[in-house]
Design a protein around this ligand. Structure first.
Ligand code: SF4
Length: 718
């Protein structure tokens, strides 16, 4: 590795906070992470994952040459020509023998905007397949679906994080930032220092919940009932904002009637949260002038995740929060480019700019940018789990980039078996993940500090990650991989391996869409600390002060002749209007329903899953970092002392957690911080402790999100 600059301002490779950091030459080669105080989101603070990120650049941790599976079944080094020829041959063969939709493409929420955009284009233009989706479907798709229904657009946070300390109360639902994104915790500390209050809703008393003014611990899978119970009390106590409801929303009567069926005592029976705590939460949320609800994976990763998030949005709308200063609803996106990754076309139903694949006008616009016939673009394909479930049957060859579904998908043993049954698997990755180890061809690609690209953080802030190192000689970029494969498929033009060139095309493709990037350039990103979308190319008669509602100041993005100044970006959405054509937000009536799997005699407990501070997602990268591995060496089963006593279990005993889909083994961790009817396991590991062996792939009917957060299990000594 050679350093290409003395000190390079960039961003962390991991979570959606996208903390700013500087990379400087390290003694003995490579780079070291230095504080970057000028980036406002983290102001120099980093968690252990960010601090140790350069460890994954090390040759010993990562792939440095292509691998192909030989006749003996082993992966052996090969040239790039041979590896790419083998992948292209398999893609062509499958397409010729079984049709274009027999080729699948699976992406990741960690891919840069340029890669996600190109992957969607590669699938639809070079391969002609509709079968593309990505692991972000497992992350925040329910919040995206609910936000789109209610507001007409999904941007994780419609306001910057700096608004959090200025509000009066935050309800944090199913989120544990103390472990998932520690530098963000200061926003909640400052909120409380300013006199505001924090309510945390989580079945576990997490490190975040310990800092709350009020912690509600509902049974897993009952957040929907909880939100409805709170809305019932808001109505019963006369705390609705009738003027706001009349002026800025539609659908209140139906949503109100649905909520009124959820009496507090009924909600207490479902959730286990006592009525006085419900009343206290309502008081704390309604009394301040400004308040927010922020959700994360807890309410979202359920087979009713869209309705659950919808119920929390209804609570916000009924109390007049969204579109008011320092108020509203937001989703804390998880993956590094979870926001940008869902905007530019690697999702089964989407085209760049958050356009819909089944919208004729969207197809016409994007096909025009791509220089193809709109009718040649395939329609929407399967969602992530459905795509994985079809491997080896309808889908015979898979190209996978930046994802490790063998660890991260629900019902993972089944998914692994499906992957093993493929005719051909090609994986482009940085490390030999558990999924890459099953591939016929592994393509070693550049990562983070070795390449330039943009990401969009959880606030909708588009950021530039800069290259700080030259990559190892045997490694190429994902964009190079797609360009070379497209050429071998007979598509010689339209694929570039220059990130800036790709971004220039993405700007045009997104112009006029909901997620409009046409006013954002690499030059601008290099000078500013990110630009919030929508950022049309010009202020086109709108206010253009960066605080307007979506739609204000949205230019055509094509001409550049409509105004006098570049658009400054839009930190705050909805202040004037929501993104529906009439400018109003929508209440969506929802009612409580049970989870797909409830406890019974055979499986009497609930399992919920989550993360620990020193590992990231499937652990493919962080498990290769010695310091992180020492801090979090393996999975565990968290259970309450009363349950432990009943089972005759003590701390450290090996436990088998068994669901209808399989069994996972890990040591017991006995703690009073969890409900007695629930056990918890983190999901970062493969092998006997892989918790996703147990999880339920029951899908939300709208978002197609699997029910990671709750399933029925029994626990026995292993
Ligand atoms: Fe990286 Fe997230 Fe940690 Fe920040 S909080 S250093 S973005 S992993």
């Amino acid at each position: 590795m050679q350093n290409t600059a003395a000190s390079t301002p960039t961003h962390c490779p991991y979570c959606a906070l996208q903390c700013g950091m500087n990379l400087a030459p390290a003694e003995g080669g490579g780079v070291q992470v230095l504080e970057r105080a000028d980036f406002p989101v983290n102001r120099g603070a980093l968690c252990g994952k960010g601090r140790t990120a350069p460890a994954v650049l090390d040759r010993t941790a990562r792939l440095t040459e292509p691998l192909v599976r030989g006749a003996d079944g082993e992966l052996t080094p090969a040239s790039w020509e041979e590896a790419l020829d083998r992948v292209a041959g398999a893609l062509l063969r499958t397409r010729a023998e079984h049709g274009a939709d027999a080729v699948g493409v699976f992406g990741g929420g960690g891919l840069t905007n340029e890669k996600a955009y190109t992957l969607g284009k590669f699938a639809r233009v070079a391969l002609g397949t509709s079968q593309i989706d990505y692991n972000g479907r497992f992350c925040m798709s329910s919040a995206a679906a609910a936000g789109t229904k209610a507001f007409g657009v999904d941007r994780g946070l419609p306001f910057p994080l700096e608004d959090v300390p200025r509000t009066g109360c935050v309800i944090l639902v199913g989120s544990n930032p103390a472990e998932t994104m520690p530098p963000s915790l200061r926003y909640f500390t400052e909120l409380r220092d300013n006199g505001g209050t924090l309510i945390v809703i989580d079945p576990r008393r997490t490190r975040t919940a310990e800092q709350a003014d009020l912690h509600l611990a509902p049974r897993p899978g009952t957040d929907l009932a909880l939100a409805l119970g709170l809305l019932h009390l808001v109505v019963a106590e006369g705390r609705t904002d009738e003027e706001y409801i009349a002026e800025r929303t539609t659908g209140w009567e139906e949503a109100r009637a649905a909520a009124m069926a959820h009496w507090p005592e009924y909600v207490e029976r479902i959730t286990g949260v006592p009525v006085p705590q419900l009343r206290e939460a309502v008081r704390m949320f309604c009394e301040p002038e400004a308040a927010m609800v922020l959700t994360a994976r807890g309410p979202e990763q359920q087979s009713k995740g869209t309705d659950t998030v919808g119920a929390w949005i209804n609570l916000c709308l009924a109390t007049g929060r969204p579109g008011r200063p320092y108020s509203g609803y937001g989703c804390l996106t998880g993956q590094g480019n979870g926001q940008g990754g869902r905007e530019h076309g690697q999702k089964a139903d989407q085209l760049p700019g958050y356009r819909k694949l089944d919208d004729p006008e969207a197809r016409r616009h994007v096909a025009g940018v791509w220089g193809v016939d709109p009718d040649s673009l395939p329609g929407p394909g399967r969602s992530a789990y459905e795509l994985l479930d079809a491997l080896g049957t309808d889908i015979r060859t898979l190209l996978l980039m930046g994802s490790n579904p063998v660890v991260s998908a629900p019902r993972a043993a089944h998914v692994e078996e499906r992957i093993r049954s493929l005719d051909f698997l090609a994986v482009a990755d940085v490390v030999l993940s558990e999924t890459a180890a099953l591939a016929d061809v592994v393509l070693p690609v550049t990562q983070w500090a070795e390449e330039t690209g943009t990401t969009t953080n959880l606030e909708g802030r588009v950021l530039l990650r800069r290259q700080a190192l030259t990559p190892p000689a045997g490694v190429r970029g994902d964009l190079y991989v797609m360009r070379e494969l497209a050429a071998r498929l007979g598509v010689e033009k339209g694929f570039s391996d220059s990130p800036e060139e790709v971004f220039e095309e993405l700007r045009r493709a997104s112009a006029g869409g909901l997620a409009d990037y046409s006013g954002i350039t690499y030059r601008r990103l290099a000078q500013e600390n990110g630009v919030f979308w929508p950022a049309p190319e010009r202020i086109d008669g709108g206010r253009g002060d960066g605080d307007g509602g979506l739609g204000d100041g949205r230019g055509s993005g094509d001409g550049g002749d409509g105004g006098s100044a570049p658009h400054p970006g839009t930190p705050r959405l909805f202040l004037d209007r929501f993104a529906h054509p009439d400018g109003r937000a929508r209440f969506v009536p929802v009612v409580h329903r049970a989870s797909a799997e409830e406890p019974d005699e055979e499986y009497p407990l609930l399992l919920t899953t989550g993360r620990v501070v020193s590992q990231y997602q499937s652990g493919a990268q962080t498990r290769r970092v010695a310091e992180l591995n020492a801090a979090a060496p393996g999975p565990f089963v968290e259970l309450h002392p009363r349950l432990a006593k009943r089972l005759g279990v003590v701390e450290g005993d090996r436990l088998a957690v068994v669901s209808r889909r399989g069994r996972a083994v890990a040591p017991a961790r006995v703690t009073g911080a969890i409900r007695p009817d629930t056990v918890f396991m983190p999901f970062h590991w493969y092998g006997e402790g892989r918790v996703n062996t147990l999880t339920n792939p029951a899908l939300d009917p709208v978002s197609r999100m699997p029910e990671f957060k709750t399933c029925a299990v029994r626990v026995e000594r292993a």
